[in-house]
Ligand binder design. Structure first.
Ligand code: SF4
Length: 205
């Protein structure tokens, strides 16, 4: 919902999900990147002239430092978005927008299936302001999205975002009309991948 709003991104290392089309596979390893104390992260963040901070990954919910990091950012009056695949519920986070992206079968994710795989998603969206984002590879994904929404329950269409699956700009442009058409049919929101559109997948931008 905040695409285009100037924001600083904190990418936490480590993700157990393993999506086949992941555009940040370098972030899967929890030892990737720099290890920084929270005051140093906050110090770097406040150098930027914007209030919006996005904590992403990897999968932030598996990082034990997440609650303290979010709290420290909130103490500096930052607007905090947390991006998660919705695999784990963490209570009491300082969070202004929980951006939950449950993975469909097109992700080939290796997370174990449980009797109620959407339980963490349900808890997250009950406790935090949220958006639900689905990565769409083809129109065939729509029935699975609708089944997922039925299982999650109580989600209005304007909270549901469809994002084209694409790692490079040409792929994004090719798939966008298909996803836009699904949004027209359903009332869901088209979700841009601005980082791909602007920087064509280049790391560090
Ligand atoms: S959950 Fe996100 S970071 Fe993890 S593999 Fe999937 S797309 Fe990549």
């Amino acid at each position: 919902m905040l695409a285009g709003t100037p924001s600083v991104f904190i990418r936490l290392a480590g993700c157990p999900v393993g999506c086949v089309w992941c555009d940040t596979k370098y972030a899967w390893d929890a030892n990737e990147g720099e290890e920084l104390p929270i005051p140093e992260i906050v110090n770097r963040i406040v150098q930027w002239p914007c209030r919006f901070v996005v904590i992403t990954g990897g999968e932030p919910m598996v990082n034990q430092q997440l609650p303290d990091l979010a709290k420290a950012l909130k103490e500096r009056n930052k607007h905090i978005t947390i991006e998660t695949a919705g695999i784990k519920f963490v209570a009491g986070l300082a969070c202004d927008l929980m951006s939950v992206s449950p993975k469909l079968s097109n992700s080939g994710q290796k997370t174990k299936t449980t009797p109620d795989p959407f339980s963490p998603v349900r808890q997250l969206i009950r406790r935090y302001p949220y958006q639900l984002k689905f990565v769409v590879d083809s129109p065939d994904d729509l029935p699975e999205i609708q089944r997922a929404l039925e299982q999650i329950g109580g989600v209005s269409a304007e909270k549901v975002m469809l994002m084209p699956q694409a790692k490079i700009r040409d792929e994004l442009i090719a798939k966008s009309p298909m996803v836009a058409e699904l949004c027209r049919e359903t009332g869901y929101v088209f979700c841009q991948r601005l980082h791909i559109l602007l920087y064509d997948g280049e790391r560090g931008k």
